[in-house]
Design a binder for this molecule. Sequence first.
Ligand code: UD1
Length: 339
Amino acid sequence: MSKKKILITGGAGFIGSHTAVALINAGYQPVIVDNFSNAEPSVLEAIEKITGTSVKCYNLDCCDAKNLNLLLQKEGSFDGVIHFAAFKAVGESVQEPIKYYKNNLSSLWEILELMDKSNTTKIVFSSSCTVYGQPDSLPVTEASPIKEAESPYAYTKQVGEQILTDRVKNGGMQGILLRYFNPIGAHPSSLIGELPQGIPNNLMPFITQTAKGIRKELSIFGDDYDTPDGTCIRDYIHVMDLAEAHVKALQYMEDNPETAIDHFNIGTGNGYSVLECLNAFERANNVKVPYQIAPKRAGDITQIWADTEKANRLLDWKASRTLEEAMRDAWNWEQKLSQ
Ligand code: UD1
């Protein structure tokens, strides 16, 4: 039987590349589309090395309807789409909101049009726990209210969810929205991982780069939040666990053709503070990371972690890797990178 062919937009990026590996491991054939605005072409060789399978990749922008049409002519239809391609820096989205709205939203509707033209009926959308804003109660469930967006980036995820929901309700399409918590770690082979451009915005690559000596010290943004140690709490999930959730989401749509649209929290269910993360990194890798306490970062929420019961029950998915494992994989990956 021929393998099911899945289009992965943004498939050369951090989560996309790990998802390509998870798909191949599960017997699917991924086809990557990426404009390499935040990814390196060497990722493709690395995926091949990990899986022993070569992956087709088109270097194109998902906002570019003309080139997407050429892709269609070459590939015909797909058995599903996983749509990652998007900008994701919260701070930058505040500085350049139009860039974010234009890119993140037009790529989504171009992909939906491509799906309609090619009779592709299943899509997994990369959403974020950011849609919950500052939650009233924890852990957040899928029924927790969607709060006013804290940034243009967050708003692109909220609107993206709505656009997809409206299209799916119109018939002939199934969609799963995955609300990611904080992905960290790397593939245990250390062949793929996170590749931030310039100074990292996110905690984990900042920690690994500081441990390596690329950055002088980590700034912890605020230590007087209303949490046990005063630093913010997040639900950090190993990127391979997150990647595998996409495979489960596709299988769920295949097994439940009556499902139109559904959404799932994809986290571990555990919250860790910034200081706990730092300690876990130091313990797991036996390295020291210099840090200072810095002012709070605008827009940060105090604490959030996931209720993952729905994903456990319906997708038959559960995060299985530990925080320590993620810390080790992240450090091994960082050490293999040339500066
Ligand atoms: C944010 C978004 C998330 C998005 C992700 C992608 C929100 C609420 N969350 O995650 O949806 O997918 O970015 O980039 O918008 N920290 C430090 N020092 C640092 C960096 C971070 O102390 O140098 C702290 C932050 O204050 C935060 C925690 O570490 O408490 C995690 O930060 P980060 O890795 O940037 O992720 P989020 O902001 O949670």
